[in-house]
Design a protein around this ligand. Sequence first.
Ligand code: FES
Length: 557
Amino acid sequence: MRSRAWFDTPEYYGFSRRAWLRSEGFSSAVFDGRPIIGLCNSWSELTNCNASLRPIADAVKRGVWMAGGFPLEFPVMSLAEMLMKPTAMLFRNLMSMEVEESIRANPLDAVMLLSGCDKTTPAMLMGAASADVPAMLLTSGPMLAGDWHGRKLGAGTDGRKLFDLYRAGEIDQAAMDEVECALGRSQGHCTVMGTASTMAILAEALGMSPSGSAAIPAPDSRRLAMAEEAGRRIVDLAREDLRPSRILTRAAFENALRVQMAIGGSTNAVVHLLAIAGRAGVPLTLDDFDRISRETPWLVNLKPSGEYLMEDFYSAGGVPAVLRELLPQLHTDALTVSGKTVGESIQAARCHNHDVIRERTKPLSTEGGTAILYGNLAPDGAVIKPTAASPELLQHRGRALVFESRAELMEKVDSDLLPVDAQTVLVMKSGGPKGGPGMPEWGQIPLPKKLLRQGVRDMVRLSDARMSGTSFGTVVLHISPESAVGGPLALVETGDEIQLDVAGRRIDLLVPDAELQSRRAKWQPPAAAYVRGYGKLFLDHVEQANLGCDFDFLKPR
Ligand code: FES
C-alpha cells in the first residue's frame, strides 16, 4: 500500500503523521494496514450541479468502511459553468493540476473522484490520469426534468429556446419568471445531453465509472446505493493496484468515441477527450473523431438533438444499453474499474425503451453526432454537431457578417440596422483558447432580433469558441488555429463568401490567396488579456483546440 510509506516508518514522522491524523478522533485501528481511500470532492454551493455531492460522499464512505478501508475526504476547487467568469474552461487545467498534486502529495491508496458540472469531470480525469493512483469517478447525476404547466423542460436547452421566444416578443416577462423557477427542480447537473451528461457517460464508457452509474438522477435513492457500492469496490481497486494507466488505453478511448457518436454528445467532449488522452499518453486526433463518427450510428434520442431527457435515458437502460447496441463495434476486452471487461460488464444490459435508445438497425441517423471540418478557414480543424443543426443548412454558401469580438457582437446583434438576412453567415472572432481567453461557450451566436421576428430560427454561424452542450443550431466551432494567433479566421471580412459543406467535411473562405496574403501582412495580434498570475500561465502554455486546450507542460514526457 502506497500509504504505508507515510505511516509505517520508524522515524519521527511516521509517529507524528499518525498522531496528527488521530487528532481528528480516529483510533489506532485505522492504521492496521487497511487501504486509505481519498474522496476528492468538488462539492460547492457555488456549483449548483455539484451541490448534491455531500450525501454521495457519505454513501461512499459507508461502503469504504464496510469493505475494510479508511476513507478521508478532501476538497478541490469546483468549476461552475453558470457562475465563473470569464469561463469555467479557463480553470479546467488549473483544477486538473490541483487534483493531480492533491493525490500525489497525500497518503492515498485509491481515490474516489466526485464531480458533476461540465468541466469538473474532465479536470478530475486529467488529474487522475497524470497522478496514476487507482481512481474511480462518480458524478452528481442529472437534475430532475423541469416542469412548466405540465410541459417537461430540459435545462438549459429549453431555457435557451424560451429565452429566444422572449427576445422575439412571443412570451412575456411573467412567463419567463415562471420558467426561471420551473427549469431546475432539484440539485444535479443539466438534464439534457449537455457537456456534464456527456462527460459522465464517457467516463463510464472509458471504464472509469461504475457500470450504470452515469444516468441515475441526482435525487434518486439508487444513486446513493450506487455510491455505497462504489465505496466497497474502490477498496479492492486499491488492493489490486488497478491504475488509470491500465484502464485509459487506446481501446478505451475508441469505445468512448463510439459512445460519443451514438449519444449525440456535446462538442465539448472533443477538447476534453483529447486532453484526457494526452495526459494518459494515448495518441488521439480529430481524425479519430471523424472516422468513428462516420462509422457509428446516432442512437440516443435526447435533447438538444432529440426529444428526451436524462431521466428517460436512465429508465431506458442508460449507458449499458447503449454499449449493448454498439457491441459489434466495441473493444469488449477493455478493462473497467469494476475489474471486469466492458464485455463482461454489459452482459445483463437491456433496453427498456427503443424510442429513447434506438436499435442499431433503426438509428436516428446512420452517422454519429460529431463531424470534423477542414478547409482554408480551418487548416487544423473545426467541429460541427450535425445532429443539432438544420439539415437544409449543412450545405450553405453565404456572405460573412463579421464581429471582431463577443463585445462587438452583443453591442450590435439586436440592431434593426444590422445588414443581415437568413442567408448571411455570422462570424465571430476572438473566442478561442487565447482570444476568449479560455475558449468560452460563445459559439452559439445569438440570432439577430430582426430575423427572430421574421421567424428565422437558425443560421450558419462560425467561430473559434466552444458551444454549450445544451445548445443547438448550424454552428461551426473550435476553428483552429484561432483568430488570436493569426489563424485564417482572423482574416475574414464582412462581405466575404463562405462555403460550408458538411458532407464533404469542408469549411472554406472563397477569397483569392493574394488578397488573403495582403490582409495577413496588415494583421496585428491582439493585446494579451493577462500579464500576470494564472491567466498569464494559461496564455503562455495553452494549446489549440485541436490538441485539447491542455497546457503543453502537463503531457507526459
Ligand atoms: Fe453545470 Fe449545466 S451548468 S451541468
